[in-house]
Design a protein. Sequence first.
Length: 252
Amino acid sequence: LIQRTDGDSFYEYELKIWLLLNKEYDGYRKMFEESAKGISEKLIQVTEAGYYMIGSLNHDEFNARMEHLTCFVGGLFGLGSAEKATSEVDRDLKIGEEITRTCRDSYDITATGIGPESFAANEDGSLATNRDTRYLLRPETVESIFVMWRVKRDQKYRDWGWKIFQAINKHCRVEKGFCGITNVNELPVTHEDSMPSFFLAETLKYLFLLFSPPSVLPLSEFVFNTEAHPLRIIKETRATMPSNLHVHLIVD
C-alpha cells in the first residue's frame, strides 16, 4: 500500500468506476473493499488527542506525515459507507468522519484559518502545522466536507465549509483572482504568484455544491472524478452495456 500523491487516484477509482457503471461490475467493488481494509489496518494511526492520521507505507517503511492531498480520503470512505461498498459500513463511516475532522482542524488551528500542504502530530497527539506551511488553493478538505454533508446532512459540515471559504476569501484573494500563500501560520500573508486551474474546477465547485440543494448534481446520479468533473452514472445492466466496454472492464 502507498497512499500519497502518486497513487491516490487508484484507490478512488476502484470505488467510483463501480458506481459509474451502476454497480454492475463487482470486481471494482472488491478491489476497493480490499484497499479499504488495508488502509484502515496499515495506514491509519489515531493520535493521543484522537485524530485519525493517514500516512504512507512503502514496503515496511511508514511515514506518519499527512499531506493535504490525502484529505480526499474522508469523502471517499464516507461515500463508500453510504453506498455499502464494503461489509464494514460503520467502520468506513467512522473513518470518513474522523479523517474529515482531522483535515478540517488542520485549518482551524492556524493563524489564517487555512490548512497547510502537510501536517503531522505532536507528542501529545495534537496537530503540528509547521512542516510544509504553504497553501496552494487545494480542494481535498472541502471535497470531503462536501461529501460528508451529502452523506450525513449534518449542519456542522456547512459551518466548517463556510469558515474555510471566508478564510480563503480573506487571505488568498488578490486584485485579479486568488493566489496560494507561503505560510498559513503567519500574518500578514505572503502570496504565491499563481492560481492553479483546480481552484476553480474543484475547490470553488465543491464549496458551491456544499451550499446548493442536494438536487444539484445528486450523488445518486453522478460520480465526480478526481478533478471534480461530474460524470452521469450509466444506468445500464451488464446485458445492455455497450459491447465494446466489456473487453476493458474487470467483471468479477
